[in-house]
Design a protein around this ligand. Structure first.
Ligand code: NAD
Length: 488
């Protein structure tokens, strides 16, 4: 007798408060085993059309609720996700390849917090008012939701980044059509199951699963979706700008990075090294904010490099569900090949690979032999012009180079097309201020990394994006402002 084939998880679109099957599906892989374990709807124009219609129909009721009513619903949804935190974390880890520890401590808690944060912040906005006594006028501004928002998110922090868009959009009174990455759709689908219980009216949150080329473009090109919030690659963003130009849509674009860490001679290495290891390799290096160019001042270069490589070798790679593992699987076979090819190119150019890919051997558990794993890799003696120092690799690969002066390092750090994040390590406050001010990056962390206050703007300069997200920024993005003048 034949062995029972493993039952596949089959997802459905969530439209107008109902789960609806799709006529065709895409295979989704478990990155830690290489097996197909899930089928994701391959939605297109038709499904997007139905979702936009549901969102449009729900808009009048949702937008006329008070901020307090919406806030209570968002808080309830946060509670429900938190109640199922472990199930969400397990699902995110299996679907994405990230470690269970990361999903438990970062992804899902942050998804919960995204709803709580915007549930709170929506209660505290005020609008502007000015008085023009000589004309007998007062002017004030009024803000109203825009309409149906299209939300498109990537695969690296699936529920975390999707909820970072859904929460502010619906808190402001918009209704949404969301399209998660076709490679990581499971937690968004799980969240849909909680919406009704949280009190989210039908049609306020619609989720359409599928590829960027089909579902994503149908959403971007839909005339009734005036606002698109996108997080993903710079290449895709260019396509979205083109596709939406016909309708002059309002766009928020959170894109890639090539983030420098600048380590001055007076840095506290006891803090800098562990944090820079995390900023380079956390979530397999698949975070837009990950460090991938480390500039170390000449005086401590050798000491830094020796310790950094020794510590990098201690990061355990393996089964993501093993709580002692710090590096899980990369998202896909294609992505793993792409990341590896950068290491090969660096070697061909004469750079030195000090640990990881091609240098150390990777021992994997029997079940994970076909998974997409890679060791944390450190490259030195690489030229600034090299593709490894210019392009976003988005994997566990980081380059370490030496510098001499402040002026020089600012110039070199800024010499890439991206401008998302940077870290600066020094105990000289004056130096930290001077350098932070001159770096072309939307976020500069000094003597730390990834410490976030969601109140403040998040986003990138140059090819890293357009617009910012945060308490005030997201509120402004997801509302229309009107100036009203009253003459007495
Ligand atoms: P991607 O651009 O390939 O895909 C992102 C999303 O866009 C997916 O849902 C995809 O299906 C969709 N998409 C693809 N083509 C589309 C099209 N033509 N029209 C509409 N939608 C389309 O990015 P990815 O590989 O999923 O994610 C990795 C990238 O995201 C990296 O560059 C990373 O730096 C970036 N990122 C940025 C931030 C940030 O906040 N700045 C955060 C996380 C990730």
């Amino acid at each position: 007798t034949m062995a029972h084939p493993k039952a596949l998880l089959v997802l459905e679109n969530f439209i107008g408060g109902k789960f609806v099957p799709c006529s065709c599906y895409i295979d989704s892989y478990n990155p830690s085993t290489g097996d197909v374990y899930c089928r994701v709807p391959d939605s297109g124009k038709e499904e997007v059309e139905a979702a936009v219609k549901a969102a449009k129909d729900a808009f009048p009721i949702w937008s006329s609720k008070s901020p307090l009513e919406r806030s209570q619903i968002l808080n309830k949804l946060a509670d429900l996700i938190e109640h199922d935190l472990e199930a969400f974390a397990q699902a995110e880890s299996k679907d994405q390849g990230k470690t269970i520890t990361f999903a438990r401590t970062v992804d899902i808690p942050r998804a919960v917090y995204n709803f709580r944060f915007f549930a709170s912040s929506i209660l505290h906005h005020t609008t502007e008012c000015t008085e023009m006594a000589t004309m007998g006028c007062v002017h004030y501004t009024s803000r109203t939701p825009v309409g149906v928002a299209g939300l498109i998110s990537p695969w690296n922090l699936p529920l975390y980044l999707l909820t970072w868009k859904i929460a502010p959009a619906i808190a402001c009174g918009n209704t949404v059509v969301a399209k998660p990455s076709e490679m990581t759709s499971v937690t968004a689908w799980m969240m849909c199951k909680l919406l009704e219980k949280a009190g989210v009216p039908h049609g306020v949150v619609n989720v359409v699963f599928g590829t960027g080329a089909k579902a994503g473009e149908a959403l971007v090109g839909h005339p009734d979706v005036p606002v698109i919030s996108f997080t993903g690659s710079t290449l895709t963003a260019q396509r979205i700008v083109e596709k939406s130009a016909l309708y002059c849509k309002r766009l928020s674009l959170e894109l890639g990075g090539k983030n420098p860490a600048i380590v001055f001679d007076d840095a506290d290495l006891a803090q800098c090294i562990p944090t820079t290891l995390r900023s380079s390799f956390a979530n397999q290096g698949e975070i837009c904010l990950c460090t991938s160019r480390i500039f170390v001042q000449r005086g401590i270069y050798s000491e830094f490099l020796k310790n950094f490589v020794a510590e990098a070798k201690k990061w355990k790679v393996g089964n993501p569900s093993d709580p002692t593992v710090s590096v899980g699987a990369l998202i896909s076979k294609e992505h793993l090949e792409k990341v590896r090819s950068y290491v090969k190119k660096a070697q061909a150019e004469g750079a030195k690979v000090l640990c990881g890919e091609g240098v150390d051997s990777l021992a994997l558990p029997a079940d994970n032999q076909k998974g997409y794993f890679m060791l944390p890799t450190v490259i030195a003696e690489v030229k600034d012009e090299s593709c490894c120092m210019q392009e976003e690799i988005f994997g566990p690969v980081t380059c370490v180079v030496a510098f001499d002066t402040e002026e020089e390092v600012i110039r070199r750090a800024n010499s890439v097309k991206y401008g998302l994040a940077a870290t600066v390590w020094s105990s000289d406050v004056g130096c930290v201020h001077r350098v932070a001010r001159r770096l072309q990056a939307g976020l500069v962390w000094t003597n730390c990394w990834l410490v976030r206050d969601l109140n403040l703007p998040f986003g990138g300069m140059k090819a890293s994006g357009i617009g910012r997200e945060g308490a005030k920024d997201s509120y402004e993005f997801f509302t229309e402002v009107k100036t009203i003048t009253i003459k007495h």
